[in-house]
Design a protein around this ligand. Structure first.
Ligand SMILES: NC(=O)c1ccc[n+]([C@@H]2O[C@H](COP(=O)([O-])OP(=O)(O)OC[C@H]3O[C@@H](n4cnc5c(N)ncnc54)[C@H](OP(=O)(O)O)[C@@H]3O)[C@@H](O)[C@H]2O)c1
Length: 296
């Protein structure tokens, strides 16, 4: 299939590579053109503009930072929707507010094209291996059309409602996860006097109700981070997760509720970013709390 990927950041590049490995014909676009080079070397066509990527493709995937990035990629003068796109299918995978996906869907529909959203659980490794968890929002017929492709990217696909529902589900899932990283740091501060090996502490937590799934997948990286060692390439950075926490708080406000623990976690993440950890791996959050007394 001819597939366009607009946004070849960490996730977009992994998804594009996965699809190329399966034999699809890829056209990629990225605001910062250098980031498309590894994909070009692997055989992808590089588009000069988002619209060019759309015009070469039957299906277009976008996975971008936030609503502003979506606005640029879709609605700029040479954006994905700047020319004829009737009949194409757009799969929007960014983690953003439900309203952002709904507004985009309406504008895509006006152009005679179809759109589903599929924000995902799982990071770069699962994206490369087709093992993501897709939280799909869209009309049943559009979801059915997208499903064969989604099955090549995801280990599990859940159609949770119309467009916007996937975004709500994704934000909800990231909420306890992101609060967890801060809470785990605070728990480690209690363990600090024990003088145990970091790997042992992580292993104990991972085998109890105090540790969620993420500890299993990231145990090695976490133990390395706690020992001050390199955790390898950053797959999720602190600033990106501040964006998610902010998005959750804004969404809750629009629903007439507050998220007290999430709001406090966001303040802690903001402080970590101000302390220089913003572009670092997410494991920097618990490590910061364990390694030295922090007062906020
Ligand atoms: N990393 C993960 O583990 C993970 C997991 C699940 C979901 N997500 C979500 O997936 C999305 C992408 O994450 P990522 O980790 O791949 O981020 P990333 O590596 O920072 O990539 C972000 C992408 O968005 C583009 N972008 C940002 N601002 C833009 C703008 N104003 N105009 C045009 N393009 C813009 C970037 O282009 P440039 O290269 O030019 O900056 C890049 O292609 C986010 O919504 C994130 O929350 C990430």
């Amino acid at each position: 299939m001819k597939i366009g990927v607009a946004g070849t950041g960490r996730m977009g590049a992994a998804i594009a590579q996965r699809l190329m490995n399966l034999g699809h014909e890829l056209t990629v676009w990225n605001r910062t053109a250098e980031k498309t080079q590894p994909l070009a070397a692997a055989g992808a066509k590089v588009a000069a503009t988002p619209f060019q990527a759309a015009s070469f493709s039957e299906t277009v995937i976008t996975i971008l930072t936030d609503a502003a990035a979506i606005d640029t990629a879709y609605h700029a003068r040479d954006g994905l929707l700047s020319g004829t796109v009737a009949g194409k299918l757009f799969i929007e995978m960014s983690t953003v507010r439900p309203g952002t996906e709904r507004e985009l869907s309406a504008r895509i529909r006006e152009k005679g094209a179809a759109m589903i959203e599929c924000p995902v659980g799982g990071t770069v490794g699962p994206a490369r291996d087709g093992k993501l968890f897709g939280f799909v929002g869209g009309e049943a017929s559009d979801v059915a059309r997208a499903r064969p492709l989604l099955e090549q990217l995801c280990r599990r696909i859940e159609h949770v409602g119309p467009v916007g529902s996937g975004a709500s589900m994704k934000l909800a899932i990231n909420l306890p996860l992101l609060v967890f990283w801060q809470a785990f740091g605070e728990a480690l501060a209690l363990c600090r006097p024990l003088g145990l090996e970091p790997a042992k502490i992580v292993d104990i937590f991972a085998d109890t109700s105090g540790g969620p799934n993420v500890l299993k997948g990231r145990a090695a990286a976490l133990a390395a981070a706690l020992q001050g060692k390199d955790v390898g390439p950053v797959t999720v950075d602190v600033d990106a997760m501040r964006k998610d926490l902010r998005t959750m708080v804004e969404e809750a406000e629009s629903l007439g509720t507050t998220l007290p623990v999430t709001s406090r976690a966001l303040e802690c993440y903001d402080e970590a970013s101000r302390a220089g950890l913003g572009k670092g791996d997410i494991t920097g959050i618990p490590v910061r709390w364990m390694s030295k007394p922090v007062k906020t």
